[in-house]
Design a protein around this ligand. Sequence first.
Ligand code: PEP
Length: 243
Amino acid sequence: MKIIAANWKMNMNFNEINNFFNFFDKNRDFKNDRKVFIAPPFVYIQYVKDKVNKLNLSFEIGAQNCFYEDKGAFTGEISVNMLNDLNIDFVIIGHSERRNIFNEDDYLLNKKVKKVLSSNMKCIFCIGEKLEEREEGKTFDILKKQLENGLKSVNNVENLIIAYEPVWAIGTGKNATNQQIEEAHTFIKDFLNKNVANNLPILYGGSVKPENITEILSCNNVDGVLVGGASLVAEKFYKIING
Ligand code: PEP
């Protein structure tokens, strides 16, 4: 089974969502070893869930972020309990945009990962090195640090999914080579097998598109992909799902 996950980021509106699902209403021929996830902005989660149910599409719906407290004076934040109330399937934690634009550090992300895993939802925990870190030969040190700190004392790991997203490949059109993907995924898999659990899924993210999906999915230890830009265009996302 390969997971094909869409991260819509701060994109889409009602009209664009309607067009997206009009396409999927007419194009519903999916390879049967694909699991499709969609993470809309918070305000559209319920609308997308209703669409998917109405059209009888077996897509899992999730959120792009959450806070670790249950409730209270945290203006602008959304709790895991609130997401659970919507009956959604997963939450993305630690996307590089959360780390780099909103300064979310490993300590905060660890609290969020634990909170999500204490619910019934899956947690897609994102890690990845920046360009200068790769150029300085620090890729594996960075991945190890993000895994050690972000996954410190986690329980209920059966719902944990890792996304390896080299920051230099996100939204840039540059995707990592097969060799770079396999090296990183093998490193992550070894770390997880030794320290967390065996056989947790590891997704690749970074400029995934219809043209490179087949090659990326054929890499060793790649259990799926996390897709940003190309997931906003129904035709492209459909080709990625079936890639
Ligand atoms: C992402 O947002 O996780 C991502 C990989 O973006 P893109 O596919 O646009 O590079």
